[in-house]
Ligand binder design. Sequence first.
Ligand SMILES: *Cc1c(COP(=O)(O)O)cnc(C)c1O
Length: 542
Amino acid sequence: MAAPTASQTYLSTRGGSTGFSFEAAVLKGLASDNGLFIPEAIPALPSDWQTRWSKLSFQELAYEVLSLYISPSEIPADDLKTLINKSYSTFRHPDITPLKSLIPEDNLHILELFHGPTFAFKDVALQFVGNLFEYFLVRKNAGKKEGEKRHTLTVIGATSGDTGSAAIYGLRGKKDVSVFILHPKGRVSPIQEAQMTTVLDANVHNLAVGGTFDDCQDAVKSLFSHPVLSKTHNLGAVNSINWARILAQIVYYFHSYFALLATLPAGAPTPKIRYVVPTGNFGDILAGYFAKRMGLPIDRLVISTNSNDILDRFLKTGRYEKQPVPPSQEAQGGLPADGSKAHEAGVKETLSPAMDILVSSNFERLLWYLALECEAAGTDHAKAGAVVKTWMDDLKTSGTTVVSQAVLDAARRDFGSERVSDEDTTATIRKIFTEAPSAPYVLDPHTAVGIAASLRLVQRTKEDGEKDVHYVSLSTAHPAKFNHAVDLALGGLGTYDFERDVRPVEFRGLEAREKRVRFVERADPEVVMKVVLEGLESEGKE
Ligand SMILES: *Cc1c(COP(=O)(O)O)cnc(C)c1O
């Protein structure tokens, strides 16, 4: 770990690029060698952080953490503070990410990350990213005259429901930015559809596309490599590999650490704190890893997956491998034993759809640090990049990468993992609703994947007689966003009512509001490109 440097620069996990500024890393998203950007050095905390930071607000803490990663020569201190304050002014809770006690006698806490505009944790990062994009573009355009061509950014993305609305709310009304979000028509929940299409800002374009989410994603991918569009337009992505998203998420690990300490009696010993994170693309929990490496005393980070369990299998075996179809399932026609539908790509549809992934894109960032430690003497960045490149090439060509025991041991030092079935997910929603001391508390299905894992860990802690352990389970969405799963879990209980217990006032009447959405018959890249160009023209951009 290096001391914070005056100029923080970024490199690619695959070794092909180094020396990128924060601005370049954020605007580019993915490196040219297809690697992900990481800081050249993880900054260490100032020696007085424990005392100086302990009473700070979320926004003040965000400034302290972010300024360790962004050089003041790139974003002056006052500008960074303004960006942060603007980004979190849209949150409904004064603590931004409040920590609540869920089961006090078991030291189980829940970190609510869903108080942003779209009621999901992605707002914490995307509210900031939207303002950051605008800040960079406005600066590039400063001094431009009337009629002179402006720097613009055209963000194109596909969504299965959740990321789309967070991106739209992050970018709505931002100057010199346009956003096009493709969703599979009729395949996102009515609430999610309404959240996206009732945003009427001129720079927001919703495309309801005939086809599946995968079709939408394939169309977006071909637009990014389109011989004309990619040359004539500055295309941007807001998917979970953008470094600025990881960075913004580091803040709530610090904030919740201080919030937890504040609940302990004065003079109590510092407990072991374990974070349990419902995980899909590994972005949320990776932020915890950076916090730990900076020096935040986190005892363990626990990955909790649904039945798309590539990370749980990696932690158990050291094989990073797309889902193999076990022989017992082949005999049943390839259907997984838990009854979820398998589609051709091998992604299983579960009750926690925002975690339905085949591989976890951000895991490559952790692999780089493991490669650096175990295969590159801890110092040889070029060697670490080369090793990661081999691993990712293996994964792409054969569907499997196998790491050494040393690498696996290093991963297990910081990470644990659990896998949670749909059945376990609904049972956990029911259990917490009926039994938790704070009942009735309604979990969303993603959060329930984390709580199911936390309950297992609490049990093991008791059996092992371990003392002074606290669990912080991350809550990634408000239950109203995923009412199907919640109804499935609680519908049979006479005591539960969606309108009374779950639906927030902001969602009342949402589906009946005015909508703006363009229907696109099929996910043909040429057809989608035509719609994008027409959308830009409608805004007076070319
Ligand atoms: C995106 C998302 C997750 C998974 O987060 P990752 O950073 O991809 O691991 C979990 N829950 C909800 C509600 C999400 O939207």
